[in-house]
Design a protein around this ligand. Structure first.
Ligand SMILES: Nc1ncnc2c1ncn2[C@@H]1O[C@H](COP(=O)(O)OP(=O)(O)OP(=O)(O)O)[C@@H](O)[C@H]1O
Length: 195
């Protein structure tokens, strides 16, 4: 039986690329099966090899995406290198109806938009122990080209700066030792309502 967290609001997880967000929430999903659902974003970019529609993204044409924007269908959306990305309200509602707690993996601009929306959410920021550690994790993952690593590190500085704004995040977790960070993450997610 799945044990739902006492607080079932959607959980927004943000933090610089390579900090370990995916590592942490995938552990949460493994250790608490059938409890959480990762929000699947919409995108106008083409699928990469191995990416499945509805699993990695909802792949949609630009017209469809822009139509959804005009009908106020997104909680947040952004444009990167000519493509649009966003989280639809429908995606969150569908998963919530199934009794799952929705987890959103979102970058800084998206966090700002959700904070301005009428969605009640909890906000977790994952921070690296240092920029050097972040760089070595990004390189160690082996998924990025040099140019992309440089861009992500520059963006990381902005994200870390924003994370210091009081009241933006409910918790900032430093991902140094993985199990220690995971425990903090899980404890926050399962925190009693009155704590
Ligand atoms: N506590 C940790 N100690 C050492 N390595 C870690 C730790 N947490 C994650 N890693 C490693 O760091 C790399 C980046 O992690 P991950 O892919 O989860 O980051 P991310 O924040 O989800 O990145 P992105 O936003 O780009 O998807 C991975 O190779 C992962 O195995």
């Amino acid at each position: 039986m799945a044990t739902l967290p006492p607080d079932n609001r959607p959980i927004v997880v943000s933090g610089p690329s390579g900090v370990g967000k995916g590592t942490l929430y995938n552990l949460l999903f493994q250790r608490h099966p059938e409890t959480f659902a990762l929000s699947v974003s919409h995108t106008t970019r083409s699928p990469r090899d191995g990416e499945q529609d509805g699993v990695h993204y909802h792949f949609v044409p630009m017209e469809h995406f822009e139509d959804l924007i005009s009908r106020d269908g997104f909680v947040e959306h952004a444009k990167f290198s000519g493509n649009r990305y966003g989280t639809s309200k429908m995606t969150i509602e569908e998963q919530t109806k199934k009794g799952r707690v929705v987890l959103l993996d979102i970058e800084m601009e998206g966090v700002k938009q959700i904070k301005q929306s009428d969605i009640a959410a909890r906000y977790i920021f994952i921070s690296p122990p240092s920029l050097e550690t972040l760089e070595s994790r990004l390189r160690g993952r082996g998924t990025e080209k040099e140019e992309s690593i440089v861009k992500r590190l520059a963006q990381a500085k902005n994200e870390l700066e924003y994370s210091k704004t009081p009241g933006v995040h409910d918790i900032v977790i430093v991902n140094d030792d993985l199990e220690k960070a995971y425990k903090e993450f899980e404890d926050f997610v399962y925190k009693p309502l009155d704590a």
